[in-house]
Design a protein around this ligand. Structure first.
Ligand SMILES: [Zn+2]
Length: 180
């Protein structure tokens, strides 16, 4: 259970930073690196003690973030921006790659505006062509994510977890969250 459950980590300033595994979060609380802000009745038992499982924790040392630089351009963040969904066919179950909209060999740049998530079949199908040439339409124009709109993906979790996260995250993020 500790490996599959996720908890929300807030900065010292209460700004949401990320989700981490419940195990890692609990360790941070037990070692004094974070404080527990919310829990929802889940308890973790070891041989000698039991601990309430946090759902939201706050780091006790401010983590500095470079707002000017914005979000790092990386495969991980492209996947997050595009919601782990192929931008040509909408599939999110197939093996996902990143695709240059204007192929590199045709002068396409490697940046936020020219790189999108594509499933392997779409990537192969498109090959060295532009979307027009391959007759493949992008679902959405690629964009550089604003740091403020950091695309947090709400992990699946018990409804009580989702409830306790809601206080700290923008409501629009919860539109697509799954309750299970
Ligand atoms: Zn596809």
């Amino acid at each position: 259970m500790l490996d599959s459950l996720k908890i929300l980590v807030l900065n010292y300033s209460y700004e949401p930073l990320q989700f981490c595994s419940a195990k890692r979060g609990l360790l941070m609380v037990l070692t004094g690196r974070a404080e527990q802000l919310e829990c929802d009745g889940y308890v973790v038992r070891s041989a000698s003690a039991s601990y309430p499982l946090p759902t939201v924790i706050r780091i006790l040392n401010m983590v500095k973030r470079n707002y000017k630089k914005g979000i790092a351009f990386s495969k991980k963040n492209i996947l997050r921006r595009d919601n782990y969904t192929c931008q040509y066919c909408g599939n999110s179950n197939k093996f996902l790659t990143v695709d240059h909209v204007i192929p590199k060999s045709r002068g396409g740049k490697t940046n936020w505006l020219n790189v999108v998530v594509a499933c392997k079949p779409c990537n192969l199908n498109k090959s060295n062509q532009t979307p027009e040439e391959s007759n493949m339409k992008l679902m959405r124009k690629p964009f550089k994510p604003d740091f403020q709109l950091h695309p947090f993906i709400i992990p699946a979790g018990p409804p009580t977890h989702l409830e306790s996260w809601q206080k700290y995250l923008p409501p629009k993020l919860f539109k697509n969250a799954t309750m299970n």
